[in-house]
Design a protein around this ligand. Structure first.
Ligand SMILES: Nc1ncnc2c1ncn2[C@@H]1O[C@H](COP(=O)(O)OP(=O)(O)O)[C@@H](O)[C@H]1O
Ligand SMILES: N[C@@H](CCOP(=O)(O)O)C(=O)O
Length: 316
């Protein structure tokens, strides 16, 4: 019987300067697997098993799990094309902490859709899948955004176009940048962290946001990486969200003293990231954050780079 396994990596939403429109996949340099995995196989009836380090933090009933919703949505889309889908048995390996700012729900959603699409002989192309993934992500966070699902699915650093095709563009990567990332161990709901943001921004903020994003994209394409790093500031969300993150200002101050190129909140937090131009610097900042930003036993830090590949699909 055909069985498929999909691994979908953690991701940084916003990357500070691109609220809802910029995202990056993450891969620890020590080779640690850092993402959810979904296995699917055809079965007599639907079932969802959840295992892994954070499975106990998921909703108790399978119907509330976003992976079940992905399956129902996949069936609905297939039926639109008059193709009925057989029931499946799904196993979710929940490896990413929930409400962490590491794109945890996106990782489950992307792994689920990628596995289902492969099991049923790839009926949907990447843009259609991304649109479906964004819709499911919107059900969880209260508003559709692609800055986690796109890099998680495709890898690299991705810029959303606002168009159905292509949904996203891949930006050039700097192989010399290392990301010290640290999850503090507390949970911050993405929906709640969106609710505290003002619904409108003033003219000066809008101009800064546009200028930074334009300069950043141009600088990456020109390999002007110092210039790119110089505009990695969050003028939209950080001023409001940092109040939800104990130790944020101290973590930023230490990272800047150590010479980090940039520092910010990953997604809606509490994970933070420091962009570094050497692995040594990233190791030092990660060690500090591990000791000083982490709030409880659930927290951790990693030194990561941005992988070129996103979701990995294989036979189970
Ligand atoms: N497979 C899943 N992975 C993560 N969250 C899930 C999943 N299924 C349901 N949920 C629920 O979705 C919400 C995810 O919250 P959110 O703050 O968006 O997390 P994250 O920022 O880590 O993606 C939680 O209420 C969680 O219980
Ligand atoms: N652009 C979104 C990203 C949320 O990421 P998550 O990992 O916290 O779910 C936002 O900033 O709200």
């Amino acid at each position: 019987m055909k069985a498929i396994r999909a691994y979908a990596p953690a991701s940084i939403g916003n990357v500070s300067l691109g609220f809802d429109v910029l995202g990056a996949a993450l891969a620890p340099v020590d080779g640690t697997r850092f993402g959810d995995e979904v296995e699917v196989k055809e079965a007599a009836h639907f079932s969802l098993e959840t295992i892994g380090a954070y499975a106990h933090k998921l909703p108790d009933d399978a119907d509330s799990n976003i992976v079940t919703k992905c399956y129902h949505y996949f069936c609905e889309k297939m039926l639109n094309d008059y193709k009925a889908v057989s029931p499946v048995a799904i196993t979710l390996h929940k490896n990413l902490p929930i409400g962490s700012g590491l794109g945890s729900s996106a990782s489950s959603i992307v792994a689920a859709f990628a596995a289902l699409n492969a099991l049923f002989d790839s009926p949907f192309d990447d843009d259609t899948l991304l649109t479906m993934m964004g819709e499911l992500e919107g059900q969880i966070s209260g508003s559709i955004h692609y800055d986690n699902v796109a890099p998680c699915f495709l890898g690299g650093m991705t810029l959303m176009t606002g168009s159905p095709s292509p949904v996203t563009l891949s930006l050039p990567l700097n192989d010399q940048w290392y990301y010290a990332i640290c999850y503090s161990g507390i949970s911050v709901s993405t929906a709640a962290a969106r609710d505290i943001l003002p619904k409108q921004v003033d003219m000066a903020t809008a101009l800064t946001f546009g200028r930074q994003l334009g300069v950043f994209v141009h600088a990456l394409h020109s390999k002007a990486f110092s210039l790119a790093a110089s505009v990695m500031q969050d003028v939209i969300a950080e001023p409001y969200r940092k109040s939800l993150l104990p130790g944020f200002d101290e973590a930023r101050a230490f990272s800047e003293r150590e010479g980090a190129l940039a520092f910010g909140i990953s997604g809606s937090g509490p994970t933070v990231f420091a962009v570094c131009d050497s692995q040594n610097q990233a190791e030092k900042i990660a060690a500090y954050l591990d000791k000083n930003y982490v709030q409880n036993d659930d927290g951790f830090s990693h030194v990561c780079q941005i992988p070129k590949l996103g979701t990995l699909v294989s036979k189970a």
